[in-house]
Design a protein around this ligand. Sequence first.
Ligand code: ZN
Length: 227
Amino acid sequence: MHRPGLHEGSSLVLHHGGVDDYADFGRLCSAVYVAARAGAVDCTAAFDLAASWLEDDPQDPDATELATLSLDCARAGQPRMAEVALRLLAAHDFRPGFAEEPGLLARLEEAMDMVNRDLAATGVHRRCRLRVHDDDGLNWPVNAYVETWDGYRGTAQGVYPGSGANPVWALVDVAEDGQDAVMHSLWAAWPLCPVHGLGAHAREHEGAAVWWCAGGGGHAVTPVGEW
Ligand SMILES: [Zn+2]
């Protein structure tokens, strides 16, 4: 059985390892991730994590190695334990959120600044800000979303933390969510292609984040942030 991604809202309940519910398991994964990124994994937490996976997949080589290393709990084994723990988490679709990786949010904030430049360049001299949904107490990462100067937001899911892992994804996703929010506030299409008068949409094009217009067979109006 493959464990589902932690963001998928599964109600999988573990039955082993002293980890008695899914939210606890999520907190365990989060704690091990943060510790492993810092290069110092707690042996008890690492063992709990390994044991949970071995219950489902007794042959998993990474979980087996992590269990062995965590039982030894030798200082010299720490780097290897961190490496194996991160690989195990990644292989089982653990996705760090803003809490585990603050740099993801920082990159989305940079993208927000770029989208605000486009707002100003198109004559909307108000700023949007990036906000983060409240942690709902569950164990999947919460999303960020764009809020306009007057409190409007988009109707979609917002921006996943993983978008902050790549500057182009960050720009496209923040621009897309920002557009949705801005259009709710302006009650009009934004931004408009100056050639065709059509609403442009953010997309990745030739490795860059651009505002794309469907007019004239489709064309990039401008890179996001450079309107
Ligand atoms: Zn156009």
